[in-house]
Design a protein around this ligand. Structure first.
Ligand SMILES: NC(=O)c1ccc[n+]([C@@H]2O[C@H](COP(=O)([O-])OP(=O)(O)OC[C@H]3O[C@@H](n4cnc5c(N)ncnc54)[C@H](OP(=O)(O)O)[C@@H]3O)[C@@H](O)[C@H]2O)c1
Length: 285
């Protein structure tokens, strides 16, 4: 298949490129394809004529989205509309990503693909708008994959490094660390996610709509941090704190673990998060 991949320098994009063995992937960098530029974006899709566009790019620094809301809306919603328009016109699939932050976390158990979203902050609102615009613009071509808590070898530079790498850096300069224990999430290794995305697009039963692709299981950021330090043999005083989902005045969902039910019916399941974090630490450290 001919694929146009957007976001090749990111955690997920770089793992999709690394794990691809079958497809002809054209992966421009941001200088060649900037999603802020509608005309350049559709020109490149027209030129490449892909069967599938995979858009892993996003404006996903949650705090920055509150300040730079116009740019967040531009990338997370309007650029998705641009891609959906051109994919519909060309009969290509659009595979684009969204987030657990479309939910408010009040369900207090893992969210299913068809649970009702209700985001708590600008970031989640722009992601939900992106989901709606993808499915309303190209109802038969658009696939939205929600995922959660990504970490990958390339590191997540837009957030100043991913959660795992930040905790390892913290441990080098602190003897005592406080981590919030109230938010329950599905931390997900982009190695596993990238393989699942490739399996999904290769599956002849793939249908448009929303999918949840995350490592199995759920944990708090505190539990996740504890596992990281245990696996690495790092001895540190780790304290669980309840911040009630608040971060610099921004509300975050208390329970945003995602349940994969739709892709699971197609035989696509990611390993458990405890297995994933061991492999990541072994690979990177
Ligand atoms: N990270 C998480 O915890 C998390 C959680 C839930 C959902 N997700 C979603 O999963 C997807 C993949 O996340 P990730 O962690 O792999 O992201 P990432 O590491 O931050 O990578 C983002 C990629 O998008 C590119 N990009 C950003 N703005 C762009 C623009 N205007 N035009 C073209 N390219 C642009 C970046 O290019 P540069 O290298 O040039 O900046 C980078 O290649 C995203 O949709 C993300 O929101 C992530």
């Amino acid at each position: 298949m001919k694929i146009l991949l957007i976001g090749k320098t990111g955690q997920l994009g770089s793992d999709i490129l690394k794990n691809n063995t079958k497809h002809d992937i054209f992966a421009p960098d941001r200088n060649e394809l900037d999603l802020s530029n509608s005309i350049a974006t559709s020109d490149i899709v027209k030129k490449v004529k892909p069967e599938v566009v995979i858009n892993t790019a996003a404006f996903h620094n949650v705090l920055l989205c509150e300040k730079e809301y116009a740019q967040a809306f531009r990338i997370n919603c309007l650029a998705v509309r641009d891609l959906a328009c051109i994919c519909k016109e060309m009969g290509s699939w659009l595979v684009t990503f969204s987030s657990d932050y479309v939910f408010n976390g009040k369900k207090m158990s893992a969210y299913l693909e068809d649970d009702t979203p209700s985001p708590l902050q600008i970031y989640g609102i722009t992601r939900l708008a992106g989901e709606y615009i993808a499915s309303s613009t190209a109802p038969e071509n658009a696939i939205v994959i929600r995922t959660c808590g990504l970490y990958g070898v390339s590191g997540g530079k837009s957030k100043g490094g991913n959660f795992v790498d930040q905790r390892i850096k913290d441990a080098k300069i602190n003897q005592r660390i406080e981590i919030s224990c109230e938010q329950i999430v599905s931390p997900t290794y982009t190695e596993d996610l990238s393989l699942a995305v490739l399996k999904l697009i290769e599956n002849p039963k793939m249908e448009c709509g929303i999918y949840h692709l995350v490592n199995e299981g759920a944990c708090s950021w505190y539990d996740f941090t504890k596992a990281i330090y245990e696996i690495m043999g790092i001895e540190i005083e780790l304290t669980a704190v309840n911040r009630h989902g608040l971060d610099n005045g921004i509300r975050r969902p208390l329970y945003s673990a995602l349940a994969n039910t739709k892709a699971k019916r197609m035989g696509i399941v990611l390993p458990h998060w405890e297995d994933a974090i061991k492999r990541y630490l072994q690979e990177k450290y």
